[in-house]
Write a protein of this length. Structure first.
Length: 116
């Protein structure tokens, strides 16, 4: 079965960096687009970034463009989100997602808190 497991969240000061990872299993990872989303308390889940199956194409939300970088290692079945210059408004639970056989799959999420 499809499994997505996020890790790497934590507490960081404004201006700091974190690298999130999402380990995937149960499908041919290198054939599928991967997304990162986030959801802050009281807000809707929003798309942060996504990456093509080969990794050759990436897209970002305007709010993170120039600060976040999505990447993937198809040999390790893992997608990453490098987050730099973090702001308090980046605080949220971060989820990875894939769309496989006409169904959305989500990980359990990892909490990112940006605070001094």
């Amino acid at each position: 079965q499809v499994q997505l497991v996020e890790s790497g969240g934590g507490l960081v000061q404004p201006g700091g960096s974190l690298r999130l990872s999402c380990a995937a299993s149960g499908f041919t990872f290198s054939d599928y687009t991967m997304w990162w989303y986030r959801q802050a308390p009281g807000k809707e889940r929003e798309m942060v970034a996504f990456i093509s199956p080969s990794g050759g194409s990436t897209t970002y939300a305007d709010s993170v463009k120039g600060r976040f970088t999505i990447s993937r290692d198809n040999a390790k079945n893992t997608v990453y989100l490098q987050m730099n210059s973090l702001k308090p408004e980046d605080s949220a639970v971060y989820y990875c997602r894939t769309y496989y056989l006409s169904r959305n799959y989500w990980g359990q999420g990892t909490q990112v808190t940006v605070s001094s």
